[in-house]
Design a protein around this ligand. Structure first.
Ligand SMILES: [Zn+2]
Length: 242
């Protein structure tokens, strides 16, 4: 197992994801445990998920506001009140210097001990996990953690114009990667994860047996973690970035 910091050592955590609903599919059970432990969690969502949904009757122009509202409601289900959107176009995210600067800005504003982000790697096992936006955000988030947010000479405008001091994130939790090295038992917070996912009505409204499907996947991870048969777990690759 990785040398993971105890939740008691963590004051603030920042989740960086590409789309509204990503954090809830990947990690809402874990986020609920963090907020229950007294950690202040902030969400940063890079796009408004404006290319998502299945209902052709919803005007596409309404989608950004709808999906933002869904993510804010989902966040409340797991104890998160602070949700920030960067407004990048869904489906066209690249790990540009602009995105790295925007993420470094949020890291310096929030000053998190722990950052949660998607994997920058393609998944051959589950193609949806390696959505190009996820990979771009994962790559830019890791670059923002190291070196951008901590290097006082990276993006000097953040210091000079916005008075944002450098910040060192102590650890990063990568969700959806091929090789998890840390598992969180989310059996007790599973109902809160389901409530959060149901809040994304435009995405999950048509999914049949959402709890059953999720349970299968989370039980598999609990098995990998060596937990008893009736447990559910979310898996992460935890990196020491201090
Ligand atoms: Zn996504």
């Amino acid at each position: 197992m990785a040398g993971v910091l105890d939740d008691a050592e963590i004051a603030r955590a920042l989740s960086i994801t590409a789309h509204p609903d990503d954090v809830d599919f990947a990690a809402a059970g874990t986020v609920a445990r963090w907020t229950e432990a007294g950690i202040e969690v902030v969400y940063c969502v890079v796009t408004d998920g404006d290319a998502g949904g299945f209902d052709e009757d919803v005007p596409r122009g309404d989608m950004p506001a709808l999906r933002r509202a869904e993510q804010v409601a989902a966040a409340k289900c797991v104890g998160v009140q602070d949700v920030r959107f960067l407004g990048y176009p869904d489906g066209r995210v690249e790990a540009t210097l602009d995105l790295r600067r925007d993420l470094a800005r949020v890291i310096r504003q929030v000053r998190p001990d722990r950052v949660l982000c998607p994997s920058p790697e393609r998944s051959y096992a589950r193609i949806g996990i390696g959505h190009p936006d996820h990979r771009a955000v994962g790559s830019a988030a890791l670059d923002a953690v190291y070196p951008d947010a901590r290097n006082p000479f990276a993006f000097p405008e953040l210091r000079e114009r916005e008075s944002l001091a450098p910040w060192i994130v102590r650890e990063v939790w990568i969700a959806g990667g091929a090789e998890p090295n840390h598992y969180v038992d989310v059996t007790d917070t599973f109902p809160r994860k389901i409530a959060a996912l149901r809040a994304h009505e435009s995405q999950t409204g048509q999914m049949e047996d959402l709890p059953g499907r999720l349970k299968g996947r989370l039980a598999l991870m609990a098995g990998q973690a060596g937990l008893p048969e009736d447990r559910l777990a979310e898996g992460f690759r935890v990196l020491d970035t201090a």
